[in-house]
Design a protein around this ligand. Sequence first.
Ligand SMILES: Nc1nc2c([nH]c(=O)n2[C@@H]2O[C@H](COP(=O)(O)OP(=O)(O)OP(=O)(O)O)[C@@H](O)[C@H]2O)c(=O)[nH]1
Length: 254
Amino acid sequence: MTQKLVHVVAAVILNEQGEFLLSSRPEGKAYAGYWEFAGGKVETGESELQAVQRELYEELGLRITAATPWLTKIHHYEHASVLLRFFRVLPHEWQGEVVCRERQQYSWQQAGRFDVEPMLPANGPILRALSLPLRLRGNAAQGWTGVNGLGKVSMGFTNQDIRLLPINTQRTDDAGLQLQCLQADSDLAACNADGWWWQPQREAEVNELLARLHQGCPVPIVALLPESLQTQAARLQAAGVHIADTTAESVLSA
Ligand SMILES: Nc1nc2c([nH]c(=O)n2[C@@H]2O[C@H](COP(=O)(O)OP(=O)(O)OP(=O)(O)O)[C@@H](O)[C@H]2O)c(=O)[nH]1
């Protein structure tokens, strides 16, 4: 049986310091007092961006000029099953002072640190995704390191801070397929990594991934770009893809 999904948008508002904005759910709503990314249900006839703009103004008095689709989650609560579309909003894409218009609380949080609670149950993976550095160095065999708001983070396949698994679009039982499953109302229960790493060989693959990301992806993606595709790094980063540098010795920043 296919359950009807409630279509929800939520905004990850970023400031110049790389912090992200959380707010608490007002009295009278399910999970009142829990922390969340500001947002809410998409109304009939509204685009997702319009819903982000309306909700952020209604709840926090912020004006949003642009927002990029980022991660997508399906979560089954006792009160509803929700399709959550998270959008990244960069510092130059929003304006205004935060005003709690629904008597909620707000807090700017650092990547990797999370000191308000309780958080809405569906949001744990989103917080982990936010702690993944934007640039990483290393390789698939030994794992990667990078720096986020809290300092150095190490990652690999086993028992590390964050687990990254390879995308293999040729196989039908792994992450590559899960990108497609999302459109088929999968609840993504099988998603067993905090992120996926991916090694494109051709520009066409980059385009394909960008198109799929627009439709929704449950975990962040780290791209290992060969020399020939380095020119694609900016496009990928603009879509929220993390870039792994497999060669340079330079110090990395988040
Ligand atoms: N806004 C928001 N909702 C989230 C997040 N994570 C998450 O699971 N949800 C779920 O998505 C749904 C959003 O509905 P909502 O009640 O906030 O929507 P709304 O503001 O339009 O509510 P309304 O119907 O009272 O006007 C809730 O079931 C909530 O638990 C999040 O980070 N932000």
